[in-house]
Ligand binder design. Structure first.
Ligand SMILES: Nc1ncnc2c1ncn2[C@@H]1O[C@H](COP(=O)(O)OP(=O)(O)OP(=O)(O)O)[C@@H](O)[C@H]1O
Length: 352
């Protein structure tokens, strides 16, 4: 179905907390308002009939307000929380059928987690903290230290390997957490709100670090956040959760250009649209005589960039891909984006 293989494939996944949770999914009870359901059954639906794929090499962001089910969903992926029902695969392998040993292997080798509270061992040096996952795997001391040193350099902690975690700033401690997850060379990195305790500048630094690492390594990442800007900055695709369900899943541009409902629209209201929406989305077909004139932009140029080009040149811009004219972005189209008028985005999957 997709052009890239799926790492995680999730279908109709539910997680219900409470007594006899299995009777809730797909039944009438599941439709009750949350507090009534809790009153009548003692149960909470944390993840509600969720389906999505995480593609190889993408940064997949799970976003939503507090209590929307983000942590529960991501913990279900490696069965740190046991799903109530649904289908869950990693690289085509049924995760729900895995025995204890296979699950341990999944968590240690294939899907490593970076937590908000770094969970570092206070009496160990940075080096030994980073090497910890390898130690558990039984890698011998010399080899694990060499591997840990490589990862320490990768996250910019060189020279600090003999310090204790308490001798590091919050941002540096989070780098240790990141290095520890990277040391086992997992197929997927799972981040559970890793930067929300950091102050804004350091948070920004760490986001840049993740982007850089991703650019260098192309590793698949799943990233939980309740911060829209973080989601837009990091995500190739964003799944927006509300009350346990995914209300929209798409690229930042799709979510900003074509919110699926009023809830999403409200969420993205303050986003500077011209910095997210691209020329490809804003363009219209070219008319006669437009092929040879005007500045050129690429399909993935932001509208902000196109505005600059149009302002400089005074003429509509041509959206060119490999020498081919795809369309035109003119003043009206650019202003429509800035003004938040509906953009011509048939791909973006608006609500029915
Ligand atoms: N162990 C549990 N027992 C009962 N209810 C739970 C449990 N864990 C989570 N919940 C409930 O499930 C819902 C989703 O919680 P979850 O922690 O997944 O949300 P979240 O979006 O990650 O929130 P936050 O951003 O605050 O971490 C909430 O209503 C929460 O109270």
């Amino acid at each position: 179905m997709q052009d890239t293989a799926s790492v995680f494939s999730v279908r109709n996944l539910w997680k219900v907390f409470g007594p006899k949770a299995e009777r809730i999914p797909n039944g009438e009870l599941a439709e009750l308002p949350a507090d009534e359901l809790r009153r009548r059954t003692g149960c909470t639906v944390a993840v509600r009939d969720v389906s999505f794929d995480v593609r190889q090499g993408e940064v997949f962001v799970v976003m939503g307000l507090s209590g929307s089910g983000k942590s529960t969903l991501v913990r279900c992926l490696t069965r740190l929380i046991e799903p109530t029902s649904g289908v869950l695969e990693i690289d085509g392998e049924d995760v729900l059928a895995m025995d204890k040993a296979r699950l341990r292997e999944l968590r240690r080798h294939r899907a490593a987690m970076v937590f908000q509270h770094f969970g570092l061992l206070p009496h160990r040096s940075v080096l030994d903290n980073v090497a910890y996952g390898l130690e558990i795997q039984g890698v011998d001391r010399l080899e694990r230290r060499a591997q840990a040193m490589k990862v320490i350099a990768k996250v910019g902690l060189e020279g600090m390997e003999h310090r204790r975690p308490t001798q590091l700033s919050g941002g540096q401690q989070q780098r240790v957490g990141l290095a520890r997850a990277l040391a086992v060379d997992p197929e997927v990195l799972l981040f559970d709100e890793p930067f929300s305790a950091l102050d804004p500048l350091i948070r920004r630094d760490m986001q840049e670090e993740v982007i850089r690492l991703h650019r260098e390594e192309g590793r698949t990442m799943i990233f939980i956040t309740h911060d829209l800007n973080e989601a837009l900055r990091l995500g190739d695709r964003i799944a927006l959760m509300r009350d346990g369900a995914i209300v929209q899943c798409g690229s930042p541009e799709e979510i900003v250009a074509a919110p699926a409902d009023d809830y999403v629209r409200d969420f993205v209201r303050d986003v500077p649209r011209e910095q997210v929406i691209t020329a490809r989305t804003a363009m219209r077909p070219a008319r006669d005589g437009e092929a040879g004139v005007g500045p050129e932009v690429t399909p993935l140029s932001t509208v902000a960039t196109a505005i600059e080009a149009v302002a400089r040149d005074g003429a509509p811009a041509r959206v060119m891909d490999d020498g081919k004219l795809l369309g035109i972005v003119d003043h009206e189209a650019l202003l429509a984006v800035v003004a938040g008028l509906d953009t011509a985005s048939p791909k973006a999957g608006a609500a029915a």
